[in-house]
Design a protein around this ligand. Structure first.
Ligand code: SF4
Length: 576
């Protein structure tokens, strides 16, 4: 199609015009003031000029601006040829004409959170941003209506405490963007080379064991990103997590930046209090966990430091090879044996108005224990008399009717708040003791379960071949079938088993960190899996090892049954 046709604004629908007005007015997020103020003031630079050559941050090191255009990757050239955020005339045209985008515009659409999923489907998936995974009941209800009106009638919970809606036709995308904005949500920057949904411990603010409520930090980080144009100029995607040091993990060690709350007691050079360790360069699909970079930050320094680190990555990250464009590879390129990390921290410090404090991790109290089952079932909160209920959502599939039921339960028995977890499950907080029985009954009446099972409750799966062109297998259906099969035969294991099922080597479901990890492969033309075992995160950190290089899905259940039998017979004490 000829995408250069002149657009006549007079032909815009009412909703398209409304969306444009709202879009250019900017999207205001909640609860950000004290932190954003510090972040903005703490940075030497915070303007689009930081993207120009010879900026102070560049010093003597050539930046990506010095790379000949012909050497840039295909996606970088697309960004260079047209700013992805400057394609509104095309979006309106595609919408008006109900046409799928060209390859380059398909990439640019992802900056708006819109994924055209051809050839798996001829439709769009919309990925939202839900900072900290915190949702309000009216938002969930509104998304249910949107999914029914224009999509497939379902939301998918993701491994970044986020939501995706599927099967929107091109003609509906402007209306869809308008409606999520009306719900106080945004999808801006949720795909392509951007900072993905900011995760936080899902019971932060409620957790009796936490060191600090990190929700305000996640929200401040989101607000900083969505209101700073240069935060959308990354060479590749980027993940950030805030861990409250409490009972539930955010798998912070799988992120590019993982902030972990720690305590410093009296008797150190640093005043006693709560600080953050900073883990860098987690990318488990490339078999690397994030490691402690030696910094100790005050809570109100975290957003500014993350922004400065991202700006260093923007300036110096690889723009020629997509496989080498993540933060890990920049630091690897800058030197081995810690010299690359030291250089990265020096470059970061140049962009900050305060010094970075380096303190060995050994001076901090070790992170408290993680309860692998705490995201499911009934648990007391820090607030006396209140509880949260963790609800299993198998592989994150949530039909509109259940979305409404959960929103109603949150309103009727809680405070209208819901939390999403990185395990593709959901939590309803703030339920008084006297309402627990009625709330759990309502959950069961909605066809959902709040009790932890051996496998299904800890199962995550990527989109698979029902909606992703890279997938070798139908991951979600296979994951549910396998988990139900194993739960039926091993109903009372004291250790939950995390099953991670991913459809290709991109590892969106992080198969390297599962107790049991499956990666989709073709086996003589049939759907099958590579099988890995022994992965873990946090205190159980480890990359899963290959057990079976490839096996047909139809042969897999009996093999896993034998594996589980051997595990239950031979394990020692509470061996995972
Ligand atoms: Fe698609 Fe591969 Fe990611 Fe699964 S892991 S969603 S198949 S890219």
């Amino acid at each position: 199609m000829n995408t250069s046709t002149t657009i006549n604004p007079a032909e815009f629908t009412h909703e398209q015009k409304q969306y444009l007005q709202g879009f250019f007015a900017g999207i205001v997020q909640r609860g950000i003031a004290p932190f954003v103020g510090h972040a903005a003031n703490g940075l030497i630079t915070n303007d689009p000029a930081s993207r120009l050559p010879n900026h102070a941050a560049a010093d003597t090191e050539p930046t990506w601006h010095d790379t000949p255009i012909s050497d840039l990757s295909r996606e970088e050239r697309w960004k260079y040829e047209q700013d992805p955020f400057a394609i509104w005339d095309k979006i309106l045209q595609y919408s008006n004409q109900n046409q799928p985008p060209t390859d380059d515009d398909r990439f640019r659409f992802k900056y708006f959170g819109l994924f055209h999923v051809a050839p798996a489907q001829d439709s769009f998936m919309l990925r939202l941003r839900v900072p900290g995974g915190i949702l309000a009941s009216h938002q969930l209800r509104g998304l249910a209506q949107l999914a029914e009106d224009h999509g497939c009638g379902r939301a998918d919970l993701t491994t970044r405490s986020n939501l995706q809606l599927r099967e929107f036709q091109p003609r509906d995308i402007v209306r869809v963007l308008h409606r999520i904005q009306a719900l106080g949500l945004t999808s801006r920057g949720s795909g392509a080379d951007n900072i993905r949904n900011i995760t936080a411990s899902p019971i932060t603010g409620l957790d009796p064991n936490e060191l600090l409520d990190v929700a305000p930090l996640a929200e401040a980080m989101q607000a900083y990103i969505t209101n700073s144009r240069d935060m959308f100029d990354l060479p590749r995607k980027f993940n950030i997590a805030f861990d409250n040091g409490g009972a539930i993990s955010t798998v912070a060690d799988t992120n590019d930046i993982g902030f972990i709350a720690v305590r410093i007691n009296e008797g150190h050079t640093i005043p006693a209090g709560i600080y953050f360790r900073v883990l860098l360069c987690g990318i488990t699909g490339h078999r690397q966990f994030a490691t402690d970079c030696g910094l100790l930050l005050r809570p109100d320094e975290t957003v500014a430091v993350a922004a400065a680190m991202i700006r260093v990555f923007i300036q110096h990250g690889d723009r020629t090879d997509r496989k080498k464009a993540r933060l890990k590879y920049l630091i690897d390129r800058w030197g081995s044996n810690g010299s690359g990390m030291a250089r990265f921290l020096e470059e970061t410090e140049k962009l900050l108005a305060f010094p970075l404090i380096r303190v060995p991790a050994s001076e901090c109290e070790p992170r408290g224990p993680i309860n692998r089952s705490a995201h499911l079932g009934i648990h007391p909160q820090a607030q006396p008399g209140l509880h949260y209920i963790g609800i299993a959502i198998p592989v994150g599939h949530l039909p509109a009717a259940q979305m409404r039921s959960l929103a109603n339960i949150a309103d009727q028995f809680g405070t209208g708040e819901l939390r999403l977890t990185v395990w593709q499950n959901l939590i309803i907080p703030n339920i008084p003791t006297e309402h627990l029985e009625a709330a759990t009954q309502a959950i069961q009446n909605a066809g959902l379960d709040y009790k932890a099972s051996t496998v299904l409750a800890g199962t995550v799966a990527c989109t698979g071949n029902k909606g992703c062109r890279f997938a070798a297998t139908d991951t979600k259906s296979h994951a549910v079938a396998l988990a139900r099969h194993l739960d039926a035969r091993f109903p009372i294991l004291d250790q939950p088993i995390n099953l991670h099922v991913t459809g290709c080597h991109h590892s969106c479901a992080q198969h390297y960190i599962g107790d049991l990890g499956l990666m989709g492969v073709k086996v003589s033309g049939e759907e099958g899996y590579q099988v890995l075992i022994g992965g873990g995160v946090d205190n159980d950190q480890g990359l899963a090892r290959e057990l079976i290089s490839s096996i047909r899905f139809t042969d897999l259940a009996p093999k896993l049954e034998s594996l589980f039998t051997a595990y239950t017979l031979q394990r020692q004490d509470d061996e995972t």
